[in-house]
Design a protein around this ligand. Structure first.
Ligand code: NDP
Length: 337
């Protein structure tokens, strides 16, 4: 049911994986929504570390591939059997690619209608990282009042949202960042303590001081770790007995295999969740999305945008360069329309 749609569109696309220069903006066909799918005109795409993994080869999406796994805009056509969406609705989705394009397809099950007063810019800023933060603090480790929670890369896109949610849930939040400037940003977002990590810095003993306790009962109750390779070993020292390590990303590289016996000295748990499996059903996705937008509306989650980048090959490349060079804090957006 589409009228007056162009047949061609721009898309930030890769035909091979590799360095930043594989990113191009090409002319592709405007996709047609199949059964159960919705086509929307994109206003904003949200940039995630995921895009850089898909471009570099850490992850293996099918090639050719259109980058952008989060975007927001306005519905222009719906496929057969779609209920609850119509042309003109403002929506947002996270998708396996396709978001950095003039038009994007999403299954209706994974599309959220924006509540009154929520802009497409805000939606593209918060949807993916916000759903990740929200589902992880409930399901990967249930954050409770009085717990000590450590968040690595606390001034990042996901990090700033995790900091605010954990504070909202009553935890004492410790963050790590690479620079003092980022530490100040994480503190402003609500972190009780922020430690600078990196070469020669002993953050483990600082965490013992903050958390108190003796022997294996000192340290945090859980650590949310999107840094990966560089921090994973240290996580075993800084969590307390019966604590949880949530390894959730590869910003410094993927975590190598480890022996389960490493968990025994403190009866630790390790989990490696991805957002998708927490919002697998339509009901899960809609329930969490509704809760997320309410948290934003009620002021419990403040959104921070690092920068908007133009929808050109150079713009998309620059966004990936910036997010991987550790210079950014908060969300990076591609302004598509
Ligand atoms: P961020 O905005 O957090 O950017 C990445 C941050 O990681 C940097 O700012 C930097 O902060 C830190 N970092 C540490 N070491 C490195 C390194 N060697 N190279 C680059 N960055 C480094 O990105 P996102 O919010 O998009 O993602 C954060 C993490 O969460 C990523 O690992 C991502 O994959 C993961 N994620 C996982 C999801 C899931 O479903 N499991 C969903 C969404 C995100 P600093 O300078 O302070 O160290």
């Amino acid at each position: 049911s589409s009228t007056n749609l162009p047949t061609k569109m721009r898309a930030a696309n890769i035909t091979e994986q590799g360095d930043f220069d594989v990113i191009q903006v090409r002319e592709l066909d405007v996709p047609k929504p199949a059964q159960g799918q919705v086509l929307y005109k994109v206003d904003y795409g949200g940039v995630n570390m995921w895009d850089t993994y898909a471009r570099s080869g850490v992850y293996k999406p099918g090639i050719p591939f259109t980058l952008g796994n989060e975007s927001a805009g306005e519905v222009v056509a719906v496929g057969e059997g779609v209920e609850g969406f119509k042309a003109g609705d403002k929506v947002a989705a996270y998708t396996t690619g396709g978001g950095f394009a003039d038009y994007c397809i999403a299954p209706a099950d994974k599309l959220v209608k924006l509540p009154e007063g929520t802009s497409t810019r805000d939606a593209a800023t918060v949807l993916l990282q916000g759903l990740t933060a929200l589902t992880f603090v409930k399901e990967a480790h249930e954050v409770k009042p009085g717990q000590f929670i450590l968040i690595h890369a606390a001034a990042g896109g996901l990090g700033l949202l995790l900091v605010q949610l954990c504070k909202h849930l009553g935890a004492t939040v410790i963050g790590t960042t690479s620079t003092q400037e980022k530490a100040d940003i994480a503190k402003k977002a609500g972190a009780d303590h922020v430690l600078l990590y990196g070469e020669g810095r002993d953050i483990v003993s600082e965490i013992y001081k903050i958390t108190g306790g003796e022997g294996i009962d000192r340290g945090v109750h859980a650590v949310f770790d999107g840094v990966g390779k560089d921090t994973f070993d240290m996580d075993f020292d800084l969590v307390r007995r019966k604590g949880t390590i949530i390894t959730l990303g590869n910003a410094s590289g993927p975590v190598p295999p480890f022996a389960p016996l490493k968990l025994a000295p403190k009866n630790l748990k390790v989990c490696r969740p991805v957002l998708n499996q927490y919002v697998h059903t339509r009901e899960e996705f809609q329930t969490y999305s509704t809760e997320l937008f309410k948290l934003v509306k009620d002021g419990h989650l403040k959104l921070a945008v690092h920068a908007e980048y133009p929808f050109t090959a150079d713009g998309v490349k620059q966004a990936q360069k910036d997010i991987t060079s550790r210079k950014t804090s908060g969300k990076l957006l591609i302004k598509v329309a």
